[in-house]
Ligand binder design. Structure first.
Ligand code: FAD
Ligand code: MLT
Ligand code: ZN
Length: 460
């Protein structure tokens, strides 16, 4: 068995000593974006190629060193930081993007590419990448595949899962699997790329991927619609989805969140007064959809006010009100984040109930709610709560009772691992454990993520 300095030397021989970080140099990789999850690592290793990733995994396997893969470290569920002294394998240096294939409408890239870089590459080829969200500048392709990120355009283009055409990955065995042909029609057995979507680094390390691109309509219109209630926003969204073919986003914001963003960042609401609820929608089309959007919004029964933006500058100003929610809430305090889905019809009732349950358990706390109303996905953020006091059990219990999901788009990570058995049957968990056993027989890949100890051993 090698000593720790010997293991670090072995890593250095693979990636170069300057890419083996310890001490202060490792600290920014050891705490998550929200500041809630913080640990220490054996070392942070920054490989540049798939072969280097495989060599690092092989060393870790030989020495039983658990690995936490890390992309942009923007994850929200404590899955990308070393909470138990793991080795962090950072994909930050793997940032190359191949030329866009305009015929297949696809692009291949290394896992460490940011979503923004991928979007810009698609844009330069007159196309668009179908996933977008506020963390675009830092979140990586590999991280978004590992968490199956959703974001703002799911109702039009689907989740990250729907964009993945191929994957290259290093398994927990150190073996490399590569399925990057880009063939949409290829029914030759199990679709291995799909396995890695939502796997949260527990099966292997995604080193590259081939992604679907979509057409980029020339006209865009955003509208901020003020409404009296969440129920009105849910019904307005249904009408907009039915009548606007090009609807790309339908996002819910509440008065307190919009006021917070305005206060923290000086982003002004277009309205002279405040309203209880806001629905931010965006429509993209090849013919100017301005009149169509106006007509449909006019037909909505409970609209209190509306601001429409057709030029890029004014659209961006409306989107800042939504994009900056996450950062603004983090400025208030380290949040407890509950990323949940409930059936559309239950959304308004859920908000009333969850607020009163949070207040009952934590009268000292503040609740912030916003989200992707088109997908039935709400982000419930709690700041200022002292401890948990049964908060997570209560919220997840309510979500399950309503037929929802305890993780809409952020994943399970370490923070929800003990709740996974609320959502998955024992048969499903058995299959998941069996898959992990084959791809990661020594359980070195993110061993504390997804499966809690009970779920791992099959006693949950
Ligand atoms: P990391 O945080 O580094 O890692 C996340 C998980 O993936 C960890 O378990 C890690 O081990 C694993 N992982 C990372 N890279 C790899 C790899 N190459 N191979 C295998 N496993 C890997 N998420 C949404 O879904 N929708 C949103 O709308 C959204 N908005 C956000 C807005 C802001 C401002 C921020 C800060 C975050 C937002 N997020 C959102 C959350 C976050 O950006 C996503 O979860 C994203 O997918 C994480 O990507 P990352 O590269 O930062 O991954
Ligand atoms: C968002 O939609 O902005 C995110 O998923 C991030 C968050 O929940 O804060
Ligand atoms: Zn979100």
């Amino acid at each position: 068995m090698m000593t720790q300095p010997e293991v670090l030397d072995a890593f250095a021989r693979v990636v170069g000593a300057q890419n083996v970080l310890t001490g202060d140099l490792a600290s920014s990789y050891e705490v998550d974006w929200t500041g809630r999850y913080c640990g220490t690592s054996t070392a942070v290793i920054r490989p540049a190629t798939t072969a280097e990733v495989a060599a690092v995994v092989t060393i870790c396997r030989e020495h039983s060193l658990p690995i936490v893969p890390q992309g942009g470290n923007t994850g929200m569920v404590g899955g990308g930081v070393p909470l138990h002294g793991e080795v962090v394998l950072s994909l930050q240096r793997m940032t190359s993007i191949d030329e866009v294939d305009p015929v297949a409408m696809q692009v291949s890239a290394q896992a460490g590419v940011t979503i923004e870089s991928l979007q810009l590459a698609a844009e330069a080829a007159g196309l668009r990448y179908g996933v977008d969200f506020g963390g675009r500048g830092t979140a990586t392709l590999g991280g978004t595949i590992a968490t199956n990120a959703g974001g703002l355009n799911v109702l039009r283009h689907g989740m990250t899962r729907d964009q993945v055409v191929g994957i290259e990955a290093v398994l927990g065995t150190g073996d490399i699997v590569r399925s990057m042909s880009g063939l949409i029609k290829d029914n030759t057995g199990y679709h291995l790329p799909s396995l890695f979507v939502g796997s949260e680094g527990t099966l292997g390390i995604v080193t590259g991927a081939r992604m679907r691109l979509v057409a980029s309509p020339s006209h865009r219109v955003a509208a901020l619609i003020a409404l009296p209630s969440i129920d009105a926003a849910v019904h307005a969204t249904a009408t907009l989805r039915t009548h606007l073919e090009g609807l790309e986003a339908a996002e819910l914001m509440l008065d307190d969140g919009v006021q917070l963003v305005s206060r923290e960042f000086g982003v002004l609401s277009p309205f002279a007064r405040t309203y209880p609820v806001y629905l931010l929608v965006e429509v993209a089309a090849s013919n100017d959809p301005l009149d169509e959007v106006g007509n449909v919004v006019e037909s909505l029964p409970e609209v209190l006010d509306v601001a429409v933006a057709a030029d890029g500058h004014r659209r961006a100003a409306l989107w800042r009100l939504r994009d900056d929610h996450t950062t603004a809430i983090n400025r208030v305090g380290v949040p407890q984040k509950f990323d949940v889905t409930v059936p559309h019809i239950a959304l308004a009732g859920f908000v009333t109930k969850v607020r009163s349950q949070i207040t009952a358990l934590h009268p000292e706390a503040t609740t912030w709610i916003f989200g992707h109303v088109g997908d039935g996905n709400l982000h419930v953020n709690v700041t200022g709560a002292q401890g948990d006091r049964g908060l997570s059990d209560t919220i997840y219990g309510l979500v399950i009772d309503l037929g929802g999901s305890i993780s809409a788009e952020h994943g399970i990570g370490t923070s929800k691992a003990k709740y996974l058995a609320m959502q998955k049957s024992s048969e499903e968990l058995t299959v998941m454990r069996a898959l992990k056993q084959v791809l990661d027989p020594d359980n070195i890949m993110n061993p504390h993520v997804l499966f809690s100890r009970e779920v791992q051993s099959g006693t949950a």
